[in-house]
Design a protein around this ligand. Structure first.
Ligand code: URA
Length: 282
């Protein structure tokens, strides 16, 4: 057996022992230790949410989080509990992995339903998102909501909206490669947990980060790619569409392509959108 396999088994046994004795905590030393402050009911609640969220939660169980409640529980991120959207949100709110934390008012983990049809991956929060802690709520967000609604999608019903970086880059500059790298684990974990049928990647920064290559969005928009086995469609960022309205025709082509893809993948979506598709010639 390799040394790192032995390490993993030892860690696992430590964690199990600490868990069985009433609570556990991952210390800075990377060791699991007993922590008598952890409420067993809290642990149970998190586990129950995990099992509901991961496999069988109905699409209407919208994931939102009350920022203040999450902040008041801010030590939970240190526990080595099974991964959940709530755990990721807590970690995002207390993250100091890059300089973007210095000027943020609120980090913006993301929101939407568990097991969404579509995960929208934007670039990063702007001023309105920083103010509210919610993704895509400014002008670009309103346009995004309209685009999604045009093909029967919404964050309330069947989408999850997230960003590549979770804190606002000052003056809305592009996030730097090191900031993107520092944040990458969050969206990777969100996608792994959410298991969307499709990822809609909005803008150059998002597509470059997820496809791990520098892309020109004008070259790849509308061309289906893959992210970890999940179909991914790069599209123009709604902010770009607000600046250049002439691109809306192409953006509509992309939304139709997304709609057709979802029809092939999901029978409920196909049935629910049949009138809408007939009316819009999709
Ligand atoms: N632009 C983004 O990329 N994400 C947001 O949440 C808002 C604007």
């Amino acid at each position: 057996m390799m040394n790192d396999q032995k390490e993993q088994i030892r860690d696992f046994l430590d964690m199990a022992a600490a868990y069985l004795s009433g609570g556990y905590l991952m210390e800075k030393t990377d060791r699991y230790v007993y922590n008598r402050n952890i409420q067993p009911s809290f642990i149970a609640g998190i586990s129950a949410e995990k099992s509901a969220g991961s496999e069988s939660a109905p699409q209407s169980d919208k994931f939102t989080h009350d920022v203040e409640t999450l902040k008041s529980q801010s030590d939970i991120h240190q526990q080595n509990l099974p991964d959940t959207l709530e755990k990721i949100a807590l970690e995002v709110h207390s993250c100091h992995a890059c300089r973007l934390c210095e000027e943020r008012k609120n980090a913006v983990p993301g929101e939407g339903v568990p097991r969404p049809l579509v995960l929208v991956a934007g670039e990063g929060p702007g001023a309105d998102e920083d103010q509210t802690g919610r993704p895509f709520v400014g002008r670009a967000g309103q346009l995004l909501d309209k685009m999604l609604a045009s093909i029967g999608l919404s964050r309330e019903k069947n989408c999850f909206i997230a960003n590549i970086v979770k804190c606002r880059p000052p003056r809305n500059r592009d996030p730097s490669p090191d900031e993107i790298a520092a944040c990458a684990g969050f969206i990777q974990r969100q996608i792994k947990l959410l298991k969307p049928l499709v990822v809609l990647s909005a803008g150059r920064i998002s597509a470059s980060a997820l496809l791990q290559t520098t892309v020109q969005i004008t070259r790849i928009r509308g061309i289906w790619k893959e992210y970890c086995g999940i179909p991914l469609l790069p599209v123009f960022h709604p902010s770009y569409l607000l600046r250049d309205e002439s691109q809306k025709t192409l953006a509509w082509e992309d939304m139709k392509s997304l709609c057709r893809h979802l029809v092939d993948l999901n029978e409920d979506y196909k049935n629910e959108t049949s009138e809408l598709r007939a009316a819009r010639n999709i």
